[in-house]
Design a protein around this ligand. Sequence first.
Ligand code: SAH
Length: 226
Amino acid sequence: MMRFDIISVLPDLMQSPFAHSILMRAQKKGLAEIVVHNLRDYSNNKHRNVDDYPYGGGSGMVMSVEPFAACIEHLQSQRSYDDVVFMSPDGETLNQQIANEFAVKGNIIILCGHYKGIDQRIRDIFVTREISIGDYVLSGGELPAAVFVDSIVRLIPGVLSDETSALSDSFQGELLDAPVYTRPAEWRGIKVPDILLSGNQLKIDEWRYDQALERTKARRPDLLDD
Ligand code: SAH
């Protein structure tokens, strides 16, 4: 059972992404547990503030040390964690390899930033990995955290009903995925490639490999070694 503790000022925003489809099924099967904590519950003042003005001036608020420290230390007193991850645009860019690496871990804490970000000392003292979901800036760490968790949970053995389906996904090997089709066999004059209707599995696999290779050459030649 893999456990994610996500610390956020917008816990409501985090309900829906985990309440459907594969992520919900993973939790129902007891393969993953996703717990969202409201950072404001760990605020040390009566207004439940979790941010303050930046030292040195400038625009935007900074998330304070105390609430994050209190929440992380509370969690760490209950169980041990493999990583404390901070979602941050200046972190390592998430890819399939990182998702694979995390899919075999146990307990993970994920911190969601807001405003200008979080006080550097939280990063220095508690954070063990910093993950970005791409070279663009979002207003909070919640959507990045949902993307990160989704990319991991679907790789936990037993989560996908067809166990092999993650293996043929793009980025799992060095090839992108092949094109896919479903019924009807002809639509607006466009036919599904005959080979897919042939029933010849060997030929179908060959076709899929060729298509994947062509697509990778055309779209992502950088993925191919030679
Ligand atoms: N001033 C920061 C951006 C803050 S954006 C900077 O320039 O690096 C507010 C929060 O949203 C961040 O602390 C982070 O938790 C989250 N966030 C924004 N874009 C992100 C991205 N591409 N990947 C991961 N987290 C992101």
